[in-house]
Design a protein. Structure first.
Length: 279
């Protein structure tokens, strides 16, 4: 009887210790809201300020430089975009409806597969499908004003006269953005949706995608445990795999993902045991 009491007492201590560890040591992930929009006073903004806003979106919220960079990026450098627009519009593969640089840039952000620059399409698509998401949706969620600001920035970057205008109805734009943020989204139910939404395949070989900016993940579960995978997603600069650059992967996935999505992705990666490059 005494041994039974000791066993029960010990078991209770273990349960309490585990509960305390789970609640106070393990980081508690909360469902994330969409990215916060910069508070814009468009009515008082000059064109130079509007261009500067576009630059901030490109470097920050838009995550454009993750792929559109000068060092082996997964997309053409943005500095060359405006100069190449006439060539792209005349290309027989072009399937969009743009007629000038502004409409092309707008279309390329909302319908990126309307034209895919040769060599930059999704693997196996024959350069007919872009790995780039619609920037007005997905985890990026750029507003109409931010999209126009990016167009102004790219036109200025390319040495072209800016042809877009600063939106006049700033109040309506802000109201629309508030409604969008308030609505949020439902958690994704499949790992395929998560990988597609957060464009993992733009940089990694995983789930049939062939990105090469980051480590090959097709066999990551054979060498990395759950804790490492979780840290790699939430704090990507904590451990940089040999041969790869720091600061390429966004460090805010912990804010963008629901906890259920993060754990689903980690479980999926941990289960990848096939042959592949060592991460």
């Amino acid at each position: 009887m005494r041994n039974l009491a000791k066993t029960v007492f010990f078991s209770l201590l273990v349960i309490l210790a585990f509960a305390g560890f789970a609640n106070f040591v393990v980081p508690q992930l909360q469902p994330a809201a969409p990215p916060e929009d910069e508070v814009l006073d468009l009515s008082a903004m000059t064109m130079d300020q509007f261009v500067a806003l576009g630059g901030r979106v490109v470097e920050g919220k838009g995550t454009c430089m993750l792929c559109h960079n000068e060092v082996g990026g997964r997309a053409p450098p943005l500095s060359e975009t405006v100069a190449q627009i006439p060539v792209r519009l005349a290309d027989a593969r072009y399937e969009g409806s743009a007629t000038d640089s502004a409409s092309y840039l707008y279309e390329s952000m909302l319908e990126p597969s309307a034209f895919v620059v040769a060599g930059f399409g999704k693997a196996g698509s024959g350069d007919t499908e872009s790995p780039m998401p619609n920037v007005s949706g997905s985890s990026i969620g750029m507003s109409e004003a931010e999209i126009l600001a990016v167009i102004a920035y790219l036109q200025d970057l390319g040495g072209e006269d800016i042809s877009v205008e600063i939106p006049e109805d700033a109040g309506a734009a802000a109201e629309d953005e508030e409604e969008e943020v308030g609505e949020g989204r439902e958690p994704f139910e499949t790992v395929e949706e998560i990988i597609d939404e957060f464009t993992c395949g733009a940089c990694h070989m995983v789930a049939g995608e062939e990105g090469d900016l980051g480590p090959n993940l097709n066999a990551i579960g054979g060498s990395r445990a759950h804790d490492y995978l979780r840290r790699a997603i939430l704090d990507p600069n904590a451990d940089i795999a040999e041969g790869f650059e720091a600061d390429l992967m966004p460090d805010d996935y912990g804010e963008q993902m629901f906890a259920s999505e993060l754990e689903m992705l980690i479980d999926f990666l941990a289960g990848l045991q096939g042959e592949g490059s060592e991460p």
